[in-house]
Write a protein that binds this ligand. Structure first.
Ligand code: TRP
Length: 333
């Protein structure tokens, strides 16, 4: 809690691919709603992106794109602190200290580590293993009360709390214990082509994801190809993963309830439904893309914003790091 009585929120996204409507409807769109009520920090988790091999120019491009997209989506840099994780060196510094308060056994139990190392046996690097510790540093540096995360990051938030309590039990109340923030409405969007899986930045099938920068034709084409079923009935029910996903997307975009949507499309075919959803999504994206174009074409202005964000973030981060260094017994600089 800050002096103005507002709770602190922190979240971040790894710039390993393009932001898609899953990340937008499930996360970023909700962040916009929080900016007046909370003291918010949003980072681009670029250091986390290094755990996988990624072309350097691609990483830089993704990171800048994502930064501009945060703003284009309505996250106001005047009201929130927006920054690149790598610009605030305290993240890496705290991460090392926390490494020494994190057990090999508990990191070995992280399901994401197990999944990722099984999938990518060629590059099971130490960064992949200590990934949750850096994430804990991201959160604890800002004394965040709340962390909006998806289901897949819950375990990482749990370990963050465990590390923080362990540290606090030795040195006193140094860290705020963060809690998961679950938004009132947060849509879980699935892939259009494999609707049992989450729509993911790293999906190999590009028809499965709608990127925020996809143009209207691409959006419509991808929706036309979306996997459905053979019942030809727009109704949310078990076993209809594809249709359920399209209903969820349409509802998240238009604010209509599932029942309203079912009524709207009763007796109408899937073709028409897919087209309507595609158009609604394209309409949602168009103002974001407009704003994005302006932002990305003015690199100097963008730089000013992220430098300013890093300066502000550093101020808070440094307070926590100095305290930690003092508590553990390092000689003050
Ligand atoms: N690990 C998160 C993800 O892959 C991204 C992330 C990095 C994050 N640091 C964070 C999320 C801090 C919340 C808080 O989605």
């Amino acid at each position: 809690m800050t002096t103005d009585g507002k709770k602190t929120i922190l979240s971040g996204i790894k710039p390993t691919g393009n932001l898609n409507i899953g990340g937008y409807l499930g996360a970023v769109k909700n962040w916009v709603e929080l900016q007046n009520e909370y003291n918010c920090f949003y980072c681009i988790a670029d250091l986390h992106a290094l755990t996988i091999r990624i072309d350097p120019s691609m990483l830089r491009k993704n990171a800048l794109e994502l930064f501009a997209l945060y703003i284009a989506c309505g996250i106001d840099p005047e009201k929130n602190i927006l920054f690149f994780q790598s610009h605030v060196s305290q993240h890496s510094e705290l991460s090392w200290v926390l490494d020494c308060y994190t057990m090999f056994g508990e990191l070995s139990r992280m399901t994401q580590f197990k999944d990722k190392s099984a999938k990518n046996t060629q590059n099971v690097n130490a960064g992949l293993f200590t990934y949750p510790v850096l994430m804990a540093a991201d959160i604890l540096l800002y004394q965040a009360d709340l962390v909006p995360v998806g289901e897949d990051q819950r375990q990482h938030l749990e370990i963050c709390r465990d590390i923080a309590s362990r540290f606090n039990s030795v040195y006193g109340e140094v860290f705020t214990l963060p809690e998961a923030y679950t938004p009132k409405v947060g849509a879980r969007i699935k892939s259009l082509t494999s609707p049992t899986q989450k729509m993911s930045k790293s999906d190999d099938d590009e028809n499965g994801t709608i990127n925020l920068l996809d143009n209207k034709d691409t959006v419509i084409r991808k929706f036309k190809k979306a996997v459905t079923d053979s019942q030809a009935c727009v109704k949310f029910s078990e076993g209809k993963d594809g249709i359920n996903n399209l209903i969820t997307i349409y509802s998240a975009v238009t604010g209509k309830t599932f029942t309203e949507i079912e009524n709207e499309f009763s007796g109408r075919g899937y073709g028409e439904f897919k087209l309507t959803v595609g158009e609604a999504v394209a309409d949602m994206l168009s103002p974001i893309q407009e704003k994005y174009k302006t932002l990305i074409s003015d690199k100097a202005q963008l730089e000013k914003i992220y430098r300013n964000g890093a300066d502000k973030a550093r101020y808070t981060a440094n307070k926590t790091l100095s305290k930690v260094y003092r508590k553990v017994g390092l000689v003050s600089r």
